[in-house]
Design a protein around this ligand. Structure first.
Ligand code: DCT
Ligand code: MG
Length: 499
C-alpha cells in the first residue's frame, strides 16, 4: 500500500544555515526541500530542472541529507531506486516523500509544491516481493514512445493489427481523438519484449483505454475481435482503403468518391465528371508500380542516382537516407532522403537543379517542388504543422532495374524500369539534426517526442528547432544525440523508433 505518512508529516523547516553552492534567492516554500536523483535523469537535465525549480522559489539541495523532504526521481523503477536510496544511509527515509517526476512537473506548472498523492509516490517494494520473486518485477513502461525502445520485432502483432484497424476506421470517420487512442495503445504493445498471454499481463501498461482492453480480452478469449472482423469485411472500409492507397488521395476525397457511389479505381478513371489533381493523376497513372512496396535495394539504387545527380550541382552535397529505411525497414511506401550542403544558403538552388537534371536524364515521371518557407525569426512555432518549412520535393522516378542490385533487367513485366516514389528535403546545414530527427519517424515516435518536450520539459520541438520556454532560448544541436541530451532522454537509436 502507498504510505500516507510522508505527505502529512512535512516537517516545518527553516532556511538552511549554511550557504548552498548556488544561493537560492527568493526561496518561497521553506517546508519543502527537493533532491533530484541524478541516476537515469542525467547531469544536464538535473541541472536544468534544478535551476527551473529554484527560479520558481523552490529549495533544491544537491546533496541527499536529512534536510530533504521530497526525493524526486525520473525513469527509475522502484526496484532499482529503493535499494540505491537505502545504500545512501539516509535516516528517516521512510518518512521522506519518494516521488516520481510527475509530482515535480505538476509543481512547476502550478508554481508551488502540489500536495503529494498516491500516483506521485514511488513505493518501496514489499519485502515479500524482494525476497520471494525478484525477477517478476516488470520495468515501468513509459506513456511516451520516445522513452520506449521499439524495434521491428513486434511480439504482439495480432493485437496491434486489430488496434490499428480500429485506428484506421476512426481516421476515416474523422474521429482524431479515438484514432490517437488506438494508435497509442498499439504503440505501447509494439514496444513490449514479449507477447502478452492474457489481459492481466497488460495491467499497469499506459495508454490502454477500456476499448483497447476489451479488444485485447476478446482476442485472447475468442482468437479475434468481432468489431474488427466486421470492419475488415465492410464495403466502405475496403473502398476507402483502396482509394487512399492512391498517391494524392486522402480520407476526405476517398469519402467523397464513396458517397458518389464509386467503388473501384476503374470507375473513378472512367468517370469524366471527376477532376483529378496533378498528384492524383500521377497516382493513377503509376498505380501498378507505386502501390507495390519499395525494396531496400531499390531505395539504395535511388540514393546513388540522387547522389550522382546532386554532385553535378556541388561536390559537397551529402545524401542521408531517412524515413522508414533508416529505422531498419526493408520495405517502404517511398524512399526519403535529406540533402545538405555545408555552405549556408547554398542549399537554396539545390532541389530545382536536381529536378532539372533528373528530367534531362529522362527519369523524372512526376515532381511537386515546394520552395522553402523557413524563417528562423518566425520560430518557435506553437502549433506543430504536419509539414516543415524546408525546401522539399515529392517525386516519382523511373528506376531502371539494371541499377538495382539483385534485379533482372526484365523480370517478366515487359519493361526494364519501375516507377518509385521518392521524397527529398534540403534544410540549411545548421538545421540538419532537427530535420533528420523529424523525418526519421515513426510518426507516433515523433508525436510523442514533441508531446514529451512540451509537457515534461517545457520545450517546443519541431523539425526546425528546439526552444526552451523557461529560458527563452533555442538549443543548438549538431546531432540527434544532442537533441535527446537537451531533452534529458536516453538516446534511442533509429531502429528502436518503430513505435
Ligand atoms: N512524418 C511525421 N508525421 C507525418 C508524416 C511523416 O512525423 N504525418 C515523418 C515520420 C516519417 C517521415 O516523416 C517520412 O514519412 P513517410 O515516408 O510517410 O514514413 P515512413 O516511416 O518512411 O514510412 P514508409 O516506410 O511507408 O515510407
Ligand atoms: Mg518513407
Amino acid at each position: 500500500m502507498f504510505q500516507t505518512t510522508p505527505c502529512t508529516l512535512l516537517k516545518k523547516r527553516q532556511r538552511p544555515e549554511s550557504t548552498p553552492a548556488h544561493p537560492q534567492e527568493g526561496m518561497k516554500f521553506g517546508e519543502v526541500t527537493v533532491y533530484l536523483v541524478e541516476r537515469r535523469m542525467g547531469t544536464s537535465r538535473r541541472k536544468f530542472l534544478t535551476s527551473l525549480a529554484r527560479s520558481k522559489g523552490f529549495c533544491v539541495d544537491n546533496t541527499l541529507s536529512s534536510k530533504v523532504t521530497h526525493i524526486v526521481a525520473e525513469g527509475n523503477p522502484a526496484n532499482e531506486l529503493w535499494p540505491w536510496l537505502q545504500e545512501q544511509g539516509l535516516p528517516h527515509l521512510d518518512n521522506t516523500n519518494v516521488l516520481d517526476i510527475t509530482w515535480f512537473t505538476e509543481s512547476m506548472r502550478a508554481g508551488r509544491p502540489v500536495p503529494v498523492e498516491a500516483q506521485h509516490c514511488i513505493q518501496k517494494p514489499s519485502l515479500e516481493l524482494e525476497t520471494c520473486v525478484p525477477d517478476i518485477s516488470v520495468p515501468a513502461v513509459s506513456q511516451y514512445a520516445c522513452q520506449r525502445r521499439t524495434t521491428l520485432d513486434n511480439q504482439n502483432k495480432l493485437l496491434t493489427d486489430a488496434l490499428e484497424v480500429l485506428a484506421e476506421i476512426c481516421e476515416f470517420n474523422d474521429n482524431k481523438g479515438r484514432c490517437l487512442g488506438f494508435r497509442r495503445a498499439a504503440s505501447v504493445l509494439k514496444s513490449l519484449p514479449t507477447p502478452l498471454r492474457r489481459l492481466q499481463d497488460a495491467e499497469g501498461l499506459p495508454c490502454l483505454g477500456e476499448e483497447s482492453k476489451a479488444v485485447i480480452e476478446e482476442i485472447f478469449e475468442c482468437g479475434s475481435c468481432y468489431k474488427v472482423e466486421d470492419i475488415l469485411a465492410d464495403e466502405r472500409y475496403q473502398t476507402l482503403k483502396l482509394f487512399t492507397s492512391v498517391f494524392g488521395v486522402g480520407p476526405k476525397t476517398a469519402e467523397k468518391w464513396y458517397r458518389r457511389g464509386l467503388r473501384s479505381l476503374e470507375q473513378i478513371c472512367s468517370d469524366s465528371s471527376i477532376h483529378l489533381n496533378r498528384m492524383q493523376a500521377a497516382g493513377f497513372l503509376y498505380y501498378e508500380d507505386i502501390s507495390k512496396p519499395v525494396t531496400i535495394a531499390e531505395a539504395k539504387a535511388v540514393g546513388c542516382i540522387i547522389k550522382e545527380t546532386a554532385s553535378y550541382f556541388s561536390s559537397c552535397v551529402t545524401i542521408t537516407p531517412t524515413g522508414g529505411f533508416c529505422r531498419g525497414k526493408v520495405f517502404g511506401h517511398d524512399a526519403d532522403f535529406i540533402l545538405t550542403i555545408p555552405e549556408p544558403g547554398k542549399e537554396n538552388g539545390l532541389l530545382p537543379a536536381v529536378i532539372d537534371s533528373l528530367r534531362d536524364q529522362g527519369i523524372l515521371l512526376y515532381s511537386d517542388f515546394q520552395e522553402s518557407t523557413f524563417d528562423l525569426s518566425k520560430l518557435p512555432s506553437r502549433h506543430f504543422e504536419a509539414m516543415d518549412h524546408f525546401q522539399k520535393c515529392f517525386l516519382i522516378l523511373k528506376l531502371k532495374l539494371e541499377r538495382v542490385e539483385g534485379q533482372q533487367a526484365d523480370s517478366g513485366r515487359g519493361r526494364d524500369w519501375k516507377a518509385v516514389r521518392v521524397d527529398l528535403v534540403a534544410p540549411p546545414a545548421d538545421r540538419f539534426a532537427f530535420c533528420l530527427l523529424g523525418w526519421s519517424g515513426s510518426t507516433q515516435f515523433e508525436r510523442d517526442l514533441r508531446r514529451f518536450a512540451r509537457l515534461e520539459r517545457g520545450m517546443l520541438l519541431d523539425n526546425h528547432a528546439l526552444y526552451d520556454k523557461a529560458t527563452n532560448t533555442f538549443l543548438q544541436a549538431k546531432t540527434e544525440e544532442d537533441i535527446f541530451t537537451h531533452l534529458g532522454l536516453d538516446y534511442i537509436e533509429p531502429w528502436q523508433r518503430n513505435a
